[in-house]
Design a protein around this ligand. Sequence first.
Ligand code: CIR
Length: 255
Amino acid sequence: MVAITREVSSALAECELTHLRRTAIDVELARAQHRAYERALSDAGYAVERLASGSDMPDSVFVEDVAVVLDELAIVTRPGAPSRRVEVPAVADALKRHRRLAFIEPPAIVDGGDVLVCGRTVYVGRSTRTNDEAVAQIRRILAPLGYAVCAVTVRHCLHLKSAVTEVSAGVLLANPDRVDRAAFGASEIIDVHPGEASAANALRLHDRIIFPAAFPWTAERLRARGLRVEIVDASELQKAEGAVTCCSLIMSERI
Ligand code: CIR
């Protein structure tokens, strides 16, 4: 199992912000938290491949937005924020050692944070970063592989995965104010704790969930459901509107 990550840019404080006010970010602390996150991935059995960053790419630590990795291929995105398109070539280069690549083409825009893969169903959030043309292109790429692609409307947050993630096969963690439950058919849904609106982003690994320290009440709900939860402190990355799924691209090596 492999996890691609990308180092925290020295320019992180100049990150894109959509829903949060800019507050001071301690880049050294962000780097320490990011290293702890990478250790949590290694402890879970993932070989971490960390890419270098640069001062021209403040948001590059959020590597999830640049690709969608499936067993059969990886889709290289065209990020919705123009400032982030400079991140694409190095991620595509790293991914081509693991997967065949498909590319999103203009006028489509999509951030990987808007793409939630649940078995053979791929949910794509319509957001300020992802448009209908991207939904259509993803559908064209994935339909021949047997995936159903469903567009989902997202409210009051940056990405679909700020509203809902999968924590176990067929089990979702969601904030129902940000996304309609009905979009997810028969899936079981665990609601975030009402006092923790941003707690729906959990990183599902093969045997555990990586989850932010900022949301203890929702973490308790996950444990009560029988899930193994590993807590990481992501406070500095949260100030940049990042969460836990966005800092890695997770994949199994093909046999
Ligand atoms: C951005 O606005 O693009 C970054 N500041 C945060 C991206 C977080 N990505 C994610 O949750 N998938």
